[in-house]
Design a protein around this ligand. Structure first.
Ligand code: GRG
Ligand code: 1GP
Ligand code: MG
Length: 232
């Protein structure tokens, strides 16, 4: 079965808790050339902030996916193409592996056709997501490859996401995850800030995710990373 992300090179992650830079508009954000927009952040996200971003991006053509960091921020909107649901494979306890998911399914009526799975391997110990989930980031490339294979083969995850949020990662570890996968799509995110860094990580993954750059440097800088990804 084919998934939309089979054809993606670049995803732009918009944090609903952060502002756009200067005169940038959501129209500019949707016209950076990115293949899809993922809306989410670890800290201080609310359903109201999510709705604000989804509504602002709704009228443009780019695919929109919500990436909720807990069940309370999930919103329903016809503008959303779907939901990408993280599971943190190297979390320090079960809550971020199955606990939050169990709660969500208990309280909500899910739209399963639009609900997709993302297996996170969190590798920057200083990132909010690592602290929140108490992730064990002390992993060698063979550990990362093994987690990726477990995610794909044993847990049927559609996407494996090597997450270095806030810092540029170790290409050897990203490549180990890439080599381990046959069917799942490898997302890489963390510290991509220009053409070169985008181009380099795109060579070791299927899709690169650009986050903070949008809020810190703006849409022109994001456009350079789109070029870097598509040239790889
Ligand atoms: C079951 C449901 C609906 C939700 C649970 C989903 C899980 C397991 C969440 C764990 C945390 C997580 C993986 C959040 C995803 C979003 C993410 C990593 C955003 C990047 O956040 P950072 O850039 O680290 O943090 P800030 O931007 O907030 O500082
Ligand atoms: O903010 P950056 O460092 O670009 O990271 C992107 C994304 O992987 C965050 O979840
Ligand atoms: Mg962030």
């Amino acid at each position: 079965m084919s998934n939309p992300w089979d054809d993606w090179d670049h995803v732009l992650k918009v944090d609903p808790d952060k502002e756009l830079l200067g005169d940038d508009t959501f129209e500019d954000v949707c016209r950076t050339g990115t293949d899809a927009i993922e809306i989410g952040g670890t800290l201080d996200v609310t359903a109201e902030k999510m709705t604000r971003v989804v509504d602002a991006a709704a009228e443009y053509d780019v695919p929109l996916y919500q990436e909720p960091s807990n069940p309370g921020v999930v919103i329903e909107s016809p503008a959303l193409d779907g939901y990408l649901i993280p599971t943190v494979f190297n979390a320090g306890g079960p809550f971020w592996i199955t606990g939050a998911h169990k709660e969500w399914v208990r309280i909500d009526d899910l739209d399963w056709d639009r609900t997709h799975t993302e297996a996170y391997i969190v590798l920057n110990p200083d990132a909010a997501v690592a602290e929140l989930t108490n992730a064990n980031c002390d992993l060698d490339p063979d550990d990362v490859g093994a987690y990726a294979k477990v995610a794909e083969r044993m847990f049927g995850q559609e996407i494996v996401y090597v997450e270095y949020s806030g810092t540029f990662g170790d290409t050897e570890k990203v490549a180990a995850a890439h080599d381990a996968l046959d069917d799942a799509t490898l997302f890489y995110g963390g510290g991509i800030h220009d053409y070169e860094s985008a181009n380099e990580m795109a060579a070791h993954s299927d899709v690169i995710v650009v986050g903070d750059l949008l809020h810190d440097e703006g849409v022109d800088a994001v456009r350079e990373t789109v070029k870097g990804a598509t040239d790889a």
